[in-house]
Design a protein around this ligand. Structure first.
Ligand code: SF4
Ligand code: SF4
Length: 365
């Protein structure tokens, strides 16, 4: 009961805030926000994770019990088979590899000729039963997208806990040994950066160059691309912002750096997200906030294919400013090639530089 009240309260706030993002898009001539074609099915297989990072938008951790059962996985694969427009299956979590149906999902999606992405936290490769995971991923040509918030131990451990950096580096070396990230191997290994604190990511291309130099020099590690992702003001990161009195300033930072060039590229325009229990959402962030699809569909049991979602409306909330700030942000990294500007970091007690307007107010519009 308490959880239900908390959840509906969160929804009400999200809906209130959604009006403000929708209005904002409207003022910029981008409303309604609609899908083009659905090319990606993102499957969140559950909240179970071997880690409990500070910035986690899923509130994932070792004690979470939400894990996608086989019946839901089977239904998702059935829908995939009947959705020829979907080219990519993006497996996320939690730590997706910990789901007992992970390998089944990968092999079924590959049999259907779809590209598979595994959002891997790296340290999971040292958990029980994972010794042959790199080999399995390589044998199925799975595209590995691995979190590594910095090339320096201190910053990684601040966000992901003690020992995380060393394990991550070892995992990357293992993946490299199987061919991941090596030129012409066909095994893609992308790294994900997200800021340690309440700031926007630096320019992706410049940071990628720094990562490449440092990881190669210090550890001999190779990778394909670096993806910069903005921390979304939801779940654990929102609690952190609230606790440290930075939520309002962070939201102002996002709003004041709204970049209209990101809107056509927003990932919700080409993606559908399914939760561990088979509910459908416009993206993983909306899933975490329980914001139903703009199209009104609630679960995978109501649809046979994702193709008819082309052209349908996307539900938005205030958190969406996280996707449109600066260079933009998505599961595939930055959306544009914006360069950084002064004011991309919150200074104490100061609203970020930008238009000078203060368009965010907590709980309002
Ligand atoms: S951020 Fe990723 S690795 Fe960290 S707790 Fe969340 S799901 Fe797990
Ligand atoms: S959070 Fe981002 S991806 Fe999700 S609906 Fe909002 S703008 Fe789209």
């Amino acid at each position: 009961m308490g959880a239900a009240v908390a959840s509906s309260h969160r929804n009400a706030r999200a809906e209130d805030r959604g009006i403000s993002f929708a209005r904002f898009l409207g003022q910029q001539g981008f409303w309604p926000l609609a899908r083009t074609t659905v090319t990606t099915l993102q499957i969140n297989v559950g909240k179970l994770c071997n880690m409990a990072c500070h910035h986690c938008h899923v509130d994932a951790g070792p004690k979470r019990t939400e894990v996608m059962p086989k019946s839901v996985a089977e239904r998702a694969v059935g829908i995939l088979e009947r959705s020829p427009s979907v080219r990519v299956v993006d497996l996320t979590g939690g730590a997706p590899e910990l789901n007992p149906n992970f390998r089944w999902l990968v092999t079924e999606a590959r049999k259907l000729g779809r590209r598979v992405v595994d959002r891997c936290n790296l340290t999971v490769l040292f958990e029980a039963g994972m010794a042959d995971m790199p080999e399995f991923l390589a044998a199925n040509t799975v595209h590995v997208v691995a979190s590594l918030p910095c090339y320096q131990a201190e910053n990684v451990e601040k966000q992901r806990g003690r020992g995380a950096f060393e394990k991550s580096i070892e995992a990357l070396k293992r993946l490299n040994r199987f061919g991941y990230g090596r030129p012409d191997s066909g095994l893609e290994l992308d790294l994900v950066y997200n800021p340690v604190g309440a700031s926007l990511p630096p320019p992706q291309a410049e940071l990628e160059a720094r990562y490449r130099t440092e990881l190669s020099r210090q550890f001999g590690i190779q990778f394909n691309r670096l993806l910069t992702i903005t921390n979304m003001p939801i779940a654990r990161f929102a609690h952190f912002l609230e606790r440290t009195g930075k939520l309002e300033a962070y939201m102002s930072l996002l709003v004041n750096h709204f970049n209209p060039r990101t809107v056509p590229e927003l990932m919700c325009r080409s993606l559908v997200s399914v939760s561990w229990d088979g509910r459908l959402f416009d993206c993983d962030f909306n899933q975490m906030l329980d914001i139903p699809m703009g199209a009104g569909t609630r679960t995978i049991w109501e649809v046979d294919s994702l193709d008819p979602f082309a052209g349908t409306r996307v539900a938005v909330g205030e958190h969406c400013f996280g996707c449109t700030a600066g260079a933009g942000s998505s599961c595939a990294g930055a959306l544009t090639e914006e360069r950084s500007t002064p004011g991309q970091q919150i200074a104490t007690g100061q609203v970020a530089a930008g238009s000078g307007r203060r368009v965010f107010s907590r709980g309002g519009r």
